[in-house]
Design a protein around this ligand. Structure first.
Ligand SMILES: [Mg+2]
Length: 244
């Protein structure tokens, strides 16, 4: 939801890569300063696709972190400058069955040539379907699908083949999957329920709000949403929140 009442906002929730930082890069001084200003007025919350500790080590910022689309939740421990894990869900999966379904999609859409493994299985139960394989060269991955058209062309079919997962057009050349119901909407809704907040009290900021993006579920929901297309614009994007 793009129209919302700024005066109701208590929590500023946000994505990391592409929103606050360049992919896998540290915070810029400008964005750190913007977070400091927001933190003086609002509760800050990171809602990430990756693991809590990976996000914390990348950001090096005192913030509570939802990881793995809500499967993990960590709160900042100021005394030891680390995260205390409050939730850490792992779910089993039938690897042979997943392998078969991924192979069928490769056959059908012409991705039978790949380097390394067919599927990457994460300890949480999340999956990555890397179209070029788990050992693809970085340069090949970056050149593969910069406008995401190749993956969006059969995104719906991948979702249909994995109905028990939430599927995202992730990284440069893959589909990421989290076991349903975990996605950023579910995670943010759960956070609100656990903290006695209504949706109109939490604004979300994220760059990946298009078809299949990992912020899309929040974007299409009733949560207040601020879009961002370049992490360097973060201070500008949050200006309205600081002017209240
Ligand atoms: Mg992002």
């Amino acid at each position: 939801m793009n129209n919302f009442d700024y005066k109701k906002i208590r929590v500023v929730a946000m994505d990391l890569d592409g929103t606050l930082t360049q992919h896998k890069s540290p915070l810029t001084p400008e964005n750190r300063a913007a977070l400091d200003a927001l933190g003086a007025r609002y509760k800050l919350l990171m809602v990430g696709a990756g693991q809590v500790m990976r996000i914390f080590n990348q950001m090096k910022y005192p913030i509570d972190i939802i990881g793995n689309y809500g499967m993990q939740f960590g709160t900042y421990d100021a005394e030891n400058n680390t995260q205390i894990m409050r939730r850490d869900v792992t779910l089993p999966c039938d690897r042979d069955d997943i392998d078969r379904r991924v192979s069928a999609l490769r056959e059908r859409y012409g991705y039978t040539q790949y380097r390394g493994e067919n599927v990457e299985f994460h300890p949480s139960g999340c999956l990555t379907f890397p179209l070029l394989g788990t050992a693809a060269l970085q340069e090949d991955k970056l050149a593969f699908d910069p406008d995401r058209k190749k993956r969006r062309a059969f995104y719906k079919e991948v979702c249909a083949a994995f109905p028990e997962y939430r599927v995202f057009v992730g990284g440069s050349s893959s589909f990421d999957m989290a076991p349903a119901p975990y996605d950023k909407y579910y995670a943010l809704d759960l956070y609100c329920r656990e903290n006695g907040l209504t949706h109109d009290q939490a604004v979300y900021i994220g760059d990946d709000y298009g078809l299949g993006g990992n912020d899309e579920a929040v974007y299409l929901s009733d949560f207040p949403y601020l879009t961002i297309d370049d992490y360097r614009d973060f201070p500008k994007v949050v200006k309205g929140l600081l002017d209240q």
